[in-house]
Write a protein that binds this ligand. Structure first.
Ligand SMILES: C[S@@+](CC[C@H](N)C(=O)[O-])C[C@H]1O[C@@H](n2cnc3c(N)ncnc32)[C@H](O)[C@@H]1O
Length: 222
């Protein structure tokens, strides 16, 4: 049942009334918009949602899969900062260090750089290493190579403590998940993942049409 149609005007309205983007976040987003692939950024509304989730979950350990210019990391680290939890840490993963210095400059500006560690390697390898080292996460945010989303999800579930949450971006992929016979393999992967999560009794779920679609899955206690 459609209640309010999600038009661009409605999204602007939500952004104006349901999101507080700090000056550091605004500047980083503006700078990122000049780069190729700027559309990869999460939206400010998604960022505000992630920050609120961080404040609610109060994680000691967050893992972000897909750093880019560090915008979503900055939103989540702002949540750690407002919980006054200097021991909490965010590890962000990316295959490329192309934008690492830009990201770090904004993390410093916002005073959260000491809580963020970037690991540059294929994310599945970093996640497997963290698992092998016994690291336990309270929250995982997935936003990297769409073709590997099934692997990232399974690794995230293993890394999470019971009660921890995984948040997955791009679950609607510009609406292409509605295609019946998609040509692109990564769309098929997203369709498979959405079905798998829907039926996955290990988690409690909610899929929201915010930005490009977000699923939140909480790992059950038993
Ligand atoms: C959608 S962007 C992340 C955007 C970021 N979460 C934000 O909104 O600020 C995806 C990132 O995943 C990275 N990436 C792509 N394939 C990867 C892989 N196999 N392992 C790790 N990172 C990868 C890309 O380099 C890119 O920076």
């Amino acid at each position: 049942m459609l209640k309010t149609p999600i038009t661009p005007e409605i999204i602007d309205y939500c952004q104006e009334h349901g999101c507080r983007e700090s000056s550091a976040l605004k500047e980083l987003r503006a700078e990122t918009l000049n780069l190729p692939n700027a559309q990869m950024l999460i939206t400010p509304l998604q960022g505000a949602f992630l920050k609120l989730l961080v404040e609610m979950v109060n994680p000691q350990q967050i893992i972000e899969v897909g750093m880019f210019t560090g915008y979503s990391a900055l939103w989540m680290a702002s949540g750690l900062k407002s919980r006054l939890n200097p021991e909490a840490s965010l590890i962000t993963l990316d295959i490329s260090n192309q934008h690492l210095e830009l990201a770090k400059s904004y993390w410093r500006k916002a005073g959260v750089d000491n809580q963020i560690t970037a690991l540059i390697a294929p994310a599945d390898i970093s996640m497997q290493r963290m698992l092998d080292s016994g690291l336990v996460a309270d929250m995982v945010f997935i936003d990297a190579n769409k073709a590997q989303y099934l692997e990232y999800y399974e690794l995230a579930i293993k890394l999470l403590r019971p009660g921890g949450i995984v948040v997955i971006d791009n679950v609607l992929m510009y609406g292409q998940v509605l295609e019946t016979n998609p040509d692109k393999n990564y769309i098929k992967t997203l369709q498979q993942l959405n079905q798998l999560i829907r039926d996955d009794q290990r988690v409690t779920i909610s899929m929201l049409p915010v930005g490009d679609g977000i699923t939140i899955a909480r790992k059950k206690e038993c």
